[in-house]
Design a protein around this ligand. Structure first.
Ligand SMILES: [Zn+2]
Length: 479
C-alpha cells in the first residue's frame, strides 16, 4: 500500500506558497538550530501516529527526500535509499507537524499583553507546531514581517497564516478590556467599514479574519462576503452571534467551542452579547436536541470548530500540573505574576470552572461524533505557552475520550483541512511536505510523552527542540 513513490508528479495539487526549504538557504541564525540536514533521511523503527485517525503502527520507516515524505511503511518493507542519512529510532514516536489554529504571537495575562515576536515562533517550532494561524493579531504588520522572515530563512519558526486585527462591534468599554488590550481591536460600526478593513488587510497579506464578541450580524455578513470574494476566510471568538447564526452567515470556523456559544442562552438578544452567559451554560445538556441542532447546522454548512482546551484549563484551580519548562521560559517578573495568580486560584472552592471545562471537552467529542470537523489551537495566556499548550491539548483530548490517533488527527490533519492545505500538510503520507515531529517516548501508553519532542522536521529540515527552547529562556514576556 505504501510503496516508494517517485517525487515527480506528486507535487501538483494545491501547493502554492508552501515549500520545503533547503537548509542551505537558511541564515546562520536559523541554521544554528538545525540538527538534521541531508537530502535523504530515513527515520527507522518508529511508532507512527500518521494523522489520518487510522491505527497506530509499530516499527515503521519514514523516508524523507528533498523536503518531502517519499515513502512510509513497515521497516524492512520500505527500501532505504543508498546514501540516506539513517536515524535509528526504536522507542520513538513520529506524528505529523502540529497545525495550531489559534496560535497567537501574543501572550496575555490578567495584567498584560505582550508580543512574542522572538520567543513565540521558536517555542511553536520546538513544541512540534510547524503551521500556525494567528487568530487575531496585536500587530498585523509585525506578524507579516515575521512570516516573511521565516519564509526567507532568516528566523526559525512555523509556517504562518496571518489574520488581521480582531473585528468587533461596540467599543473598548463594551468589551471591558483594560489598557492597551484595545490595540487588538478594530471596532466597526457599519458593514461598509467592515468591508474596508477586510479589503485592506487581504491586500496586505492576511488570509483569515477574526470576528469578536460584539460584532453584529450585518457587519459579520459583510466580513464573510468580502473575505470570501478575496480568497480569505472568517473565524470568530463569538458571543453576540451564536454558532447557529455563524453557520447561517457562512462563517468558516468558530473558535473555543462550547464556552463561547450563546445558542443556548435564554437571555440572548439579537446582536447582543449577554452578560454572565457562561454561568448559565452549566445547565446545558450536551446530549440535548438544542446541542444537536447546533452541530447539525455547523456540519451542514461545513463550519469547523477550533478547540482551545489548554487555554481554558489555565484558569482551573490546580491545573495543569506545573511545568518547569514554562517557569524557565518566562521572564522572572511574568513568572512571579503567573505563580501568584495560580497560587491564589488554588484556594478557590468554586467548582463551576472545572464543571464547565469538562462540559466544553465533552462538547468537542460530541461534535466529532456528529460528523463535525474539529481542529485545535493554543491561545497563549496565563502560563499556557506556545507549543507547550498545543502539546497539552493532546493530553486533554485523550483525557476527554478521544483515542490517541483521533487526538493527533484533530491537531494535525484537521487543522490542515481547515486551512485548505490537506494536499501538502497534516498527515504522514508519501508526497506531502516532510513536517514531522519525533518524540522520544510513547504518547499512546503515556500521553505526557507528547512533550518529549526531540526533533521537529519542517520541509525535511530537522530542528533541535531543546536548543530552540533554551534560546528563549527567561524571555517570554519580554520579546
Ligand atoms: Zn485568542
Amino acid at each position: 500500500m505504501r510503496a516508494v513513490l517517485p517525487l515527480a508528479g506528486l507535487i501538483l495539487a494545491g501547493v502554492t506558497n508552501l515549500s520545503a526549504q533547503a537548509a542551505a538557504s537558511l541564515s546562520p541564525q536559523v541554521r544554528e538550530f538545525v540538527s538534521v540536514d541531508a537530502p535523504v533521511v530515513a527515520l527507522t523503527h518508529v511508532q507512527l501516529i500518521d494523522g489520518t485517525g487510522g491505527p497506530v503502527a509499530g516499527d515503521q520507516t519514514v523516508i524523507i527526500a528533498n523536503g518531502r515524505i517519499q515513502a512510509v511503511g513497515r521497516s524492512g518493507a520500505v527500501q532505504v535509499p543508498a546514501g540516506a542519512t539513517v536515524l535509528e529510532l526504536p522507542g520513538h514516536t513520529v506524528i505529523p507537524g502540529i497545525v495550531g489554529l489559534h496560535d497567537h504571537i501574543v501572550y496575555e495575562t490578567n495584567n498584560r499583553i505582550v508580543d512574542l515576536n522572538f520567543t513565540g515562533p521558536r517555542l511553536y517550532l520546538a513544541g512540534g507546531v510547524t503551521t500556525i494561524r494567528t487568530n487575531g493579531a496585536l500587530e498585523p504588520y509585525s506578524e507579516l514581517g515575521l512570516k516573511h522572515e521565516i519564509e526567507e530563512g532568516k528566523s526559525p519558526g512555523p509556517r504562518m497564516h496571518i489574520s488581521g486585527p480582531h473585528i468587533s462591534g461596540g467599543g473598548p468599554f463594551d468589551i471591558g478590556l483594560p489598557g492597551n488590550r484595545v490595540l487588538w481591536f478594530r471596532f466597526v460600526k457599519t458593514p461598509e467599514e467592515a468591508r474596508r478593513v477586510v479589503a485592506y488587510w487581504t491586500q496586505e497579506g492576511a488570509d483569515w479574519f477574526k470576528l469578536y464578541t460584539r460584532i453584529t450580524r450585518a457587519a459579520a455578513a459583510a466580513v464573510v462576503d468580502e473575505a470570501h470574494k478575496r480568497g480569505a476566510k472568517a473565524m470568530g471568538h463569538l458571543c453576540s452571534i451564536t454558532f447557529r447564526e455563524a453557520a447561517a452567515l457562512g462563517m468558516d470556523n468558530v473558535d473555543h467551542g462550547f464556552l463561547t456559544n450563546t445558542d443556548y442562552d435564554p437571555l440572548k438578544q439579537p446582536d447582543q452579547c449577554p452578560g454572565d452567559y457562561r454561568q448559565r451554560l452549566v445547565a446545558v445538556d450536551i446530549n440535548s436536541d438544542e446541542v444537536r441542532a447546533t452541530f447539525r447546522d455547523l456540519v451542514a454548512k461545513h463550519v469547523a470548530m477550533t478547540g482551545t482546551p489548554a487555554a481554558f484549563e489555565a484558569s482551573i484551580p490546580n491545573r495543569p500540573p506545573l511545568d518547569q519548562r514554562v517557569l524557565d521560559a518566562l521572564d522572572p517578573e511574568v513568572r512571579a505574576e503567573y505563580l501568584g495568580v495560580r497560587n491564589q486560584r488554588a484556594m478557590s472552592r468554586d467548582t463551576t470552572p472545572l464543571l464547565l471545562f469538562r462540559k466544553a471537552l465533552q462538547y468537542e467529542v460530541a461534535f466529532v461524533k456528529a460528523g463535525g470537523l474539529l481542529a485545535a489551537g493554543e491561545d497563549p495566556s496565563n502560563g499556557n505557552l506556545p507549543g507547550f499548550g498545543d502539546q497539552r491539548n493532546y493530553e486533554l483530548y485523550v483525557e476527554a475520550g478521544f483515542t490517541p490517533a483521533q487526538a493527533v488527527q484533530v491537531m494535525t490533519a484537521n487543522g490542515a483541512k481547515v486551512l485548505g492545505e490537506s494536499d501538502s500538510l497534516g498527515t504522514v503520507t508519501a508526497g506531502k511536505l516532510a513536517d514531522l515531529v519525533v518524540i522520544d517516548g510513547d504518547p499512546v501508553a503515556n500521553p505526557a510523552d507528547i512533550k518529549k519532542v526531540v526533533t521537529v522536521f519542517k520541509g525535511g529540515v530537522g530542528y533541535d527542540s531543546a536548543k530552540l527552547i533554551a534560546s528563549v529562556r527567561g524571555l517570554v514576556g519580554v520579546r
